[in-house]
Design a protein around this ligand. Sequence first.
Ligand SMILES: [Fe+2]
Ligand SMILES: [Fe+2]
Length: 200
Amino acid sequence: MGGVQNIINLMNLPIYNQVEKFVIDSFNKINKSEEIKHFLRTVYWLKELKPDTDEALLTAAVSHDIERAFRQKDMDDKKTAVGFAGVEYYKTHELRGAEIVVDFLKKQNVQNDFIERVSMLISQHEEGGNDDQNLLKDADCISFFENNVSFFVSGSELTASSVKKVKHKLDWMFDKITSEQAEQIAKPFYEDAIKVLNNN
Ligand SMILES: [Fe+2]
Ligand SMILES: [Fe+2]
C-alpha cells in the first residue's frame, strides 16, 4: 500500500520529479543503474518516517548521493587513506553533491529558499544535525541496510582485515541512526548483515 501511495503523491511534485529524472539519467549514463534503488528507497523510507514530508526533503532524499555519479579521482585516495567512515571523505561527498544539485535547480529556475533547503539537507546527510537532516540521515541508513549491504558483506575475497573494516562501516551506519522508529526498521537488516559477515 505504501508503494502505491508514494507514486500518487509524488506525481504532483514537479521539482522532485525533475531531480529524480536527473539522478536516474546521471547514474544510467555511467552504467551504475544498480545504485538507483538506494535513492528511491531512501525516498520511500523518508515518507514512512514522516508521511507529511515536504518536496525539498524528498528532493534531497532522491539526490543525496549524486556526487557518486560525478565522482572525481581524488575521492578514491581519500577513501583508502581514511577507511570507510572518514570525515574528509564524507564531507567532500556531501558538499560536492549539494553543489551539483544546487547547479541543477538553479538552471530550472527553482526558488532560492527551496534550493537553500535542499543544499542544507544534502550537505549534512551523513552526520545529520537538525531534525530534518536527521530524518534524511535515518532514511538513508535504512535504505543502505536494506539495499547496499550485500555488496559489502558477501564475497569470498573478504580477508580478516576487510571483515573488520566492513563491521566498522556497518556499526557506524547503525549507530548514527537518530530515531527509535528508524532504528527498529533497520535493526533486522543490520543483524542479518552481521550474521552473514561472521560466517565469512
Ligand atoms: Fe551519502
Ligand atoms: Fe545514501
